[in-house]
Design a protein around this ligand. Structure first.
Ligand SMILES: N[C@@H](CCC(=O)NCCCC(=O)O)C(=O)O
Length: 255
């Protein structure tokens, strides 16, 4: 770990219930990845922010992570009716994540979206989602193997093909294909105009995006890159690249 001043990275939380009480929580893997691999100081952001304050908040920090989340984005936000069994909701998280996406792009603050996070980036910028990826002809089931222990759920499960000239290929030093984990029921359907598809699975599912013309690092990945970056070099490279971008942001605002 470097002794230099660390960039401050905001980590989006999800509303969870534990013992009848409500919490705004983030998985510990995101916090460890931000500390150990991005070499940043994480702060957790509640999923109920006054969105009018998000612009000034984001302008004063150096990076944002849109984490995964069990809840699904409300379909009316991408102009679709609710399909059957389309999961739990977290309206505060939707609102907060969309505002964070826009504020990062406006202020040139690095943005890393993971799982629900890539879906949020897409919907915030005008795209839509498959509510049940596994019901789409030709798509395989991308949901987690719940019967297995968590470490196995987070192990790489399928290959992705990486766009040769994109941000992800640069981060992964020219890799054209890697294997990733898969723990999601939904997926990007209509890709927002501002997004560039960075990687796809063999069934055509969108696995990574970047933001065209972004002023800073802006990457979304559909897999859980926060899972054990010490074991999975793909994850480590993503967090290190994000951390480098956050340090650049810190240096640019420190003048
Ligand atoms: N709900 C979405 C996104 C999936 C996702 O981010 N899963 C992470 C779950 C971790 C947790 O429980 O917080 C989908 O299913 O596609």
């Amino acid at each position: 770990m470097s002794a230099a001043i660390r960039p401050v990275v905001a980590i989006a939380t999800n509303r969870r219930e534990l013992d009848g009480h409500r919490f705004h929580a983030s998985g510990e893997n995101y916090i460890h990845s931000a500390v150990d691999y991005a070499e940043a100081t994480p702060v957790l952001l509640p999923a109920l922010l006054d969105i009018s304050a998000i612009g000034s908040l984001v302008a004063g920090i150096h990076g944002v992570v849109l984490t995964g989340g069990a809840s699904n984005i409300q379909p009316h936000l991408y102009g679709e009716d609710e399909e059957a069994e389309s999961g739990e909701r977290d309206a505060g998280r939707d609102t907060t994540a969309f505002a964070l996406t826009h504020a990062c792009l406006e202020h040139g603050v690095p943005l890393l979206g993971i799982c629900r996070g890539i879906q949020e980036m897409n919907v915030a910028l005008g795209g839509s989602l498959h509510q049940h990826l596994r019901h789409v002809p030709g798509k395989f089931d991308h949901r987690r193997p719940r019967e297995k222990p968590v470490e196995e759920q987070l192990a790489p499960r399928h290959g992705i093909a990486i766009r040769h000239d994109g941000l992800l290929a640069r981060i992964l030093e020219g890799a054209r294909e890697v294997k990733v984990n898969s723990l999601h029921g939904q997926g990007v359907k209509r890709v927002a105009d501002r997004l560039v598809v960075e990687a796809t699975a063999a069934d055509g599912s969108i696995e990574a995006v970047s933001v065209r013309g972004a002023k800073a690092f802006a990457l979304g990945v559909q897999w859980h890159a926060e899972a054990d970056p010490g074991k999975y070099p793909v994850h480590e490279k993503i967090w290190r690249a994000f951390g480098d971008a956050c340090r650049q942001r810190l240096e640019s605002v420190a003048g």
